[in-house]
Design a protein around this ligand. Structure first.
Ligand SMILES: *Cc1c(COP(=O)(O)O)cnc(C)c1O
Length: 388
């Protein structure tokens, strides 16, 4: 009965594509213990260094005292705690929208938002490099699914102009997770206005990091009215925010529609309220600790300078995601392994996650990295070029 599965696994292994989990034996941080070995890590989404912050740990135990550990029910059946409610109000205000709605994860938020807002008679327009959760959501919605080449707004406009769909939904990562580049948000907003489309902006990697006080990518546009437009803003709370979860923020009518129809919101147990309690503290640190974003910005500059003389080039990115383009799969693996032997973790990303011939090292920076950490990585990469 399982022969077919075993065969598939074997084939995957033969192609060097089988994935293995390693056991993290320390909290997430810039220095971690993995499978019994210590590493300097450039592989987490903990961009602000909050995942193991003492204030958040204190809030976790306070939250457990106050709310217990399990929500015990879904949001619509008495699992919607005051902790969730307070956090939703704080998130809406922080992100600049009238209302916000918590989801268990970013994956579930995208599934819920897209399937609640688009159906058979509608069309979804999506950047080809969007996160998998947006693609899965589009397929699940049964709407017509139109994908445009990365950032190709001319094609997007042409498709928007010629569609006969009832409702049009444009979905895009705000910061692309394998490239680190930022979508041209002002232009996307303008296009969506012109063609009466709804824009779903997935700011998983921008929230907490970009914009004034870390309020996210929408605060980069220089327009003060974007928050009143046809936008659904989605951000995750397990990356820069350091905890777990996600939210969607939008006009009240959109959020109310999600409460009525987003199945990944309705048919699931609410997250432990103590997580919301921790996230209130996290939100406060995001807002007030400008020095974290400044440290991150300095780390990005230092990395760019340190890697200048390498034969491989960093992709143009101003975000904490700094991909080093290697090209060849085997070479990317060799460098990733070489770093690992030197006690440094940087994942190699290969096709099909990225296009053929575009294998890369995905360097993720954090405010928690010290100048000597960046220097250490730069030196190791420089040493690894000697073996070319
Ligand atoms: C991580 C990520 C998600 C999923 O968020 P989770 O909370 O981890 O489920 C969605 N979209 C993008 C762009 C992401 O990077």
């Amino acid at each position: 009965m399982f022969a077919g599965l075993a065969e598939q696994l074997h084939a995957r292994e033969q192609e060097g594509l089988r994935r293995f989990r390693q056991v993290l034996e320390s909290p997430q941080a810039s220095h971690i213990t993995l499978d019994g070995r210590d590493y300097l890590a450039f592989s987490s989404n903990d961009y602000l260094g909050l995942a193991n912050h003492a204030d958040l740990i204190k809030s976790a135990s306070e939250g457990a005292q106050q709310y217990g550990v399990g929500a015990g029910a879904s949001h619509l059946t008495h699992g919607h705690s005051s902790a969730h409610h307070i956090l939703e109000e704080a998130l809406a205000q922080f992100a600049g929208f009238p209302k916000a709605l918590l989801f268990s994860t970013g994956y579930m938020a995208n599934i819920g938002v897209v399937t609640a807002l688009a159906g058979r008679e509608d069309a979804i327009f999506a950047d080809k490099l969007n996160h998998a959760s947006l693609n899965d959501a589009a397929i699940l919605s049964r709407a017509k699914f139109i994908r445009y080449s990365h950032l190709d707004l001319a094609v997007l406009e042409q498709r928007l102009a010629t569609t006969h769909a009832r409702r049009k939904l444009v979905i895009t990562d705000a910061v692309f997770s394998m490239e680190g580049d930022v979508a041209p948000i002002s232009q996307l907003v303008a296009l969506c206005e012109k063609y009466h489309a709804l824009l779903l902006l997935d700011d998983a990697h921008g929230f907490g990091v970009l914009g004034e006080q870390g309020r996210g990518s929408l605060f980069l546009t220089g327009r003060s009215d974007v928050h009143s437009l046809n936008i659904v803003y989605m951000a995750t709370l397990g990356k820069a925010a350091g905890v777990f979860g996600a939210f969607a923020a939008a006009q009240e009518v959109v959020i109310e529609t999600l409460i009525q129809s987003a199945r990944s919101y309705i048919y699931t147990t609410a997250t432990p309220p103590l997580l919301s309690h921790i996230l209130l503290t996290s939100l406060k640190l995001i807002e007030q600790d400008e020095w974290r974003r400044e440290a991150l910005a300095r780390n990005i500059v230092q990395l760019k300078e340190g890697l200048q003389s390498l034969p491989w080039k960093l992709l143009p990115s101003s975000t904490p995601i700094q991909p080093l383009l290697i090209g060849d799969n085997v070479e990317a693996m060799r460098i990733s392994h070489g770093l690992r032997e030197r006690g440094i973790l940087v994942p190699a990303i290969r096709p099909p996650t990225v296009p053929q011939g575009a294998a890369r090292l995905r360097i993720s920076l954090s405010a928690a990295h010290q100048p000597q950490d960046i220097q250490c990585l730069a030196q190791a990469l420089n040493e690894l070029t000697l073996h070319l």
